[in-house]
Ligand binder design. Sequence first.
Ligand SMILES: O=C(O)c1cc(=O)[nH]c(=O)n1[C@@H]1O[C@H](COP(=O)(O)O)[C@@H](O)[C@H]1O
Length: 266
Amino acid sequence: MNRQELVHLIRERKSYLCIGLDTDIHKIPKHLLSHPDPIFAFNKAIIDATKDLCVAYKINTAFYECQGIRGWESLQRTVEYIPKDIFTIADAKRGDIGNTSTYYAKTFFETYGFDSVTVAPYMGRDSVEPFLGFSEKWAIVLGLTSNAGAQDFQLQKTGDEYLYEKVLKTTAAWGTPENMMFVVGATQADSVAAIRQLVPDHFFLVPGVGAQGGSLQAITEKGMNKDVGLLVNASRAVIYAGNDENFAEDARNAALQYQQEMAGYL
Ligand SMILES: O=C(O)c1cc(=O)[nH]c(=O)n1[C@@H]1O[C@H](COP(=O)(O)O)[C@@H](O)[C@H]1O
């Protein structure tokens, strides 16, 4: 999906909600466990219940990879089930020497057909560039993450600037706002205005609202640009809003609350 289509979708749906399919076999309702593919059965119900409220689904591959071959099958069924007009994110946080990154990119963009993949930029330019050479596909580069460990490296100063600022500025020059986004944690709202100044045009993938306590209002006020420029992710707060036979309806209600708040900001 290209940027124009994404922006159009956000405006049309009055939503910049990304739902995280962090589907944990230990957390899904028990009645699904007799299904031949419980993880897909859960995701299918969540997608059916929320697909008109969100503009993106983020599949965190860890929850699938840990199940071995069956997990990859659940992932494939899920990504194929997501309607084609919705943006898809493989949250795999990849990045390696160039030829290896090329195969990571092929895995997620070609084999599984995702629109985007999250990328860890620590290994530098040749580890990120292979993700940028695919038409209408995106690298979502870790900028300032939502977790406490962001303090350990990202929020350390190198000279006059924080390491994450150097990473953002340097990485932005390798791609364009048409093929690169940045991860900016919702728990980092104090830094978002400064990040928006550094990279005014790029989309931000913003995880950390809901279970991690980030504020949708704060991130929106500080991070929105003329094309909205935000995909705000909620995983646990939506998909585990309920835990019984009505789980999909509960997920819809949780997603609807986010969507309605977003509509008010658009
Ligand atoms: O890249 C990510 O998506 C990500 C980056 C980050 O800084 N923090 C973060 O929580 N995430 C992911 O976003 C999701 C957050 O899940 P919830 O806290 O349940 O909404 C998980 O899949 C995390 O792996």
